[in-house]
Design a protein around this ligand. Structure first.
Ligand code: GLN
Length: 365
């Protein structure tokens, strides 16, 4: 089956379709992980994005039921150099091509992904359309001029409140498109987690009497979510907060910092980040297109805590007075190294310390 990938700058890549048939339109990004394709496809933060894998052979260990980060794939398309269709692994339960087909995701193989990634790095993230149909080029170019979906968080957040009981601290997790790994990291620490839709108000959250609030990862532009930024501002100082990726950007915006789009984003499993509090460098898992602007931290009550060692971008902040901190990368990993798992312990310690303050008649009303 013939497939075409057409970029905003007019470049056309011809390849072979694998997975579903049809047409898909989104932003083209690249991920540098050698493995982890199933976690990547099912990470809700990829909603609206067509993902190119830089590693040349994808699909070689098949798919299984454990490597998913949500109930279904969210990426808008998948681009690879070579799709391995004879998987071999003790956990293998099926072929990647069948998995994509079953889930309505269009894949294209046989693409010169090196040239594609070079283009994205030179020109920045672009819109792209991926098709297995014979649609005339003019029509595809018209699709490329259309606007991208807005309020992507609303498309991937949980529609209902649900609870995973535990004996430990009560956490309310605001789901902006939360990866299963975030929930898992809290549950393995015994937390009692209530997951709430993205648009839940601060009042509704306080009614659940949380010991801590988790701000999850999620797709799209954080600056398009002023109502959620306002909610985070209302939570600040009244309950310990830990933000991851989108959660980090929303916490930063709530404290007066600014965000902007990176040229081509960070998507991979080997980004070096320095924890400025300990001086140690960690290899981290990343997936983001936006960043918190370093210069915008001046004049806020946020302190820079983590720095990207490749390009010097902001990777983490903490509030100088309130119990709140966040990181741009993924301490829950999946896929990627779990070097940064300690941040969940830091959150647990923060909750314990805040509880002591509350017990001594501190800040909380
Ligand atoms: N993984 C995420 O939470 C991504 C956050 C945001 N959508 C970005 O692209 O920067």
């Amino acid at each position: 089956m013939r497939a075409r990938l057409i970029l905003e700058d007019g470049t056309i890549y011809e390849g072979t379709g694998f997975g579903a048939q049809g047409e898909s339109f989104g932003e083209i990004v690249f991920n540098t992980g050698m493995t982890g394709y199933q976690e990547i496809l099912t990470d809700p933060s990829y909603y609206g994005q067509i993902v190119t894998m830089t590693y040349p052979l994808i699909g070689n260990y098949g798919v299984n039921v454990d490597d998913t980060e949500s109930s279904k794939p969210h990426a808008f398309g998948f681009v690879v150099r070579e799709a391995a269709d004879h998987p071999s692994n003790w956990r293998n339960m099926g072929r990647l091509s069948e998995y994509l087909e079953r889930n309505g995701i269009i894949g294209i193989s046989g693409v010169d992904t090196r040239s594609l990634v070079k283009k994205i790095r030179q020109k920045g993230t672009m819109r792209a359309v991926l098709t297995t149909l014979d649609t005339p080029l003019e029509n595809l170019q018209a699709i490329l001029r259309a606007s991208l979906p807005v309020d992507q968080v609303a498309r991937v957040t949980t529609p209902i409140v649900y609870r995973c009981p535990g004996e430990g601290p009560r956490i309310v997790a605001m789901d902006f498109g939360m990866k299963a790994g975030v929930l898992r990291s809290l549950l393995t620490r015994g937390c009692d987690v209530t997951v709430v839709p993205a648009h839940t108000s601060a009042e509704e959250i306080f009614a659940m009497k949380p010991h801590g609030v988790m701000l999850s990862n999620g797709p799209g532009d954080p600056a398009e979510l002023p109502h959620i930024v306002e909610t985070v501002r209302e939570l600040l100082g009244r309950v310990p907060i830990f933000g991851i990726c989108m959660g980090h950007q929303l916490l930063s915006l709530a404290c007066g910092a600014k965000t902007k789009k990176l040229k081509f984003g960070h998507h991979g499993a080997n980004h070096p980040v320095k924890d400025l509090l300990t001086g140690r460098v960690y290899i981290t898992s990343q997936n983001h297109e936006y960043e918190v602007m370093k210069e915008s931290l001046a004049g806020t009550d946020l302190e820079l805590t983590h720095l990207n060692q490749n390009d010097g971008t902001v990777e983490g902040v903490r509030h100088k007075f309130h119990p709140a901190f966040s990181v741009q990368y993924h301490p829950e990993a999946r896929p990627g190294p779990d070097d940064s798992d300690y941040l969940f312990d830091r959150f647990m310690d923060m909750i314990e310390q805040f509880q002591e303050i509350v017990a001594y008649g501190g800040r909380r009303s």
